[in-house]
Design a protein around this ligand. Structure first.
Ligand SMILES: Nc1ncnc2c1ncn2[C@@H]1O[C@H](COP(=O)(O)OP(=O)(O)OP(=O)(O)O)[C@@H](O)[C@H]1O
Length: 313
């Protein structure tokens, strides 16, 4: 028997107008089980509007949205919402409450067992602060508490709006480690972010929004290939070896000598391996060789450029 695996999120032809403002225009996207999707866009691109529609908080002007099989505009979606964890961009807590009081409050709202609260304090290494007032928490601790709140009830779908903005590298790493564990469990995650460098290697796919429209949707490799953005091969070798590499490849490749001991070859993704093989075949001694693939930041920039009518690539 053929099994059909329904996406956790399916949005089809979604538009949203606020008066004259077209916040979203014909947006379609899907999110599969256990998939981590980045929603990327400048301020005002429509990310928050899309999130509000996915949560069933505002209706789309046009289009259909199903989350976990339920139409977000229908009554039945209320039950599904219990299985969604949401971390807003700016979560405001009642600062006089302790962390534990806050999580117990949310656990009751979500119908989650109180025992999860202790587990989450342990997971986020916040046990020692659990009974302190939130007013004494640092920004990183408040953000962890916000994410702990989102994880209450073991949601199947997590929506995180700028989950690590303003956090130090240690706190960011901790949060992404926990999100990795959630993904392993099969939780689907949508991360909205401008801080592209840090989500780069943590997402399966990215949807790029510009002025309310989807201008790119795919894996990082797929998005890169569509635009033919180039990778860089950086070779560190003796000045003589650098000279030899330049002589051999200059006629067919975009190659630059950046220092006496470094040459950089710019090439399409598909050519990386053949070029590396050719370099090895020269029998040249080199002290280091690195491949730098385009970052999500570069891909995003290229899509924005293209959407403004710039040249492809
Ligand atoms: N309630 C509203 N009434 C009128 N216009 C709105 C409303 N909400 C959003 N907009 C407009 O819709 C557009 C998309 O806004 P949205 O908040 O979804 O963008 P965003 O990508 O989340 O931006 P940011 O990263 O700054 O949060 C913007 O032009 C915004 O001014």
């Amino acid at each position: 028997m053929k099994m059909s695996i329904k996406p956790v999120v399916s949005a089809l032809g979604v538009s949203k107008n606020f008066g004259q403002v077209k916040a979203l225009q014909d947006v379609s996207l899907t999110l599969g089980k256990g998939e981590c999707l980045a929603l990327v866009g400048h301020n005002g691109a429509g990310k928050s509007t899309l999130i509000k529609i996915l949560l069933g908080l505002i209706p789309p002007t046009r289009g259909m949205v199903h989350v976990m099989g339920a139409d977000v505009q229908k009554r039945g979606f209320k039950k599904c919402r219990q299985h969604i964890g949401f971390l807003p961009e700016q979560i405001l807590f009642q600062k006089n409450m302790t962390g534990r009081e806050l999580l117990l409050f949310y656990a009751k709202l979500k119908g989650a067992p109180g025992s999860q609260v202790n587990d989450l304090f342990r997971k986020f290494e916040l046990e020692a602060a659990a009974d302190y007032r939130i007013s004494t928490y640092s920004k990183g601790m408040r953000q962890k508490l916000g994410l702990a709140q989102a994880l209450l009830g073991e949601p199947e779908f997590l929506i995180l709006d700028e989950p690590t903005s303003g956090l130090d590298p240690m706190a960011r790493q901790k949060i992404y480690h926990i999100l990795g564990e959630e993904k392993q469990k099969g939780t689907s995650i949508l991360i909205s972010s401008h801080v592209l460098t840090e989500i780069d290697d943590r997402v399966d796919r990215a949807v790029i929004l510009n002025s309310g429209r989807v201008v790119g949707d795919g894996t990082l490799t797929g998005l890169t290939q569509q635009l033919a953005i180039q990778s860089r091969i950086v070779i560190e070798a003796t000045p003589a070896a650098c000279e030899r590499i330049k002589t051999v490849f200059a006629h067919e490749l975009d190659i630059q000598q950046t220092t006496q001991r470094h040459v950089v070859i710019h090439c399409e993704q598909a050519r990386k391996v053949p070029i590396l093989n050719s370099i090895y075949a020269l029998g040249i001694q080199f002290s280091d060789i690195r491949i730098i693939d385009p970052t999500l930041e570069e891909i995003f920039g290229a899509y924005m450029h293209m959407d403004r009518g710039g040249a492809n690539g």
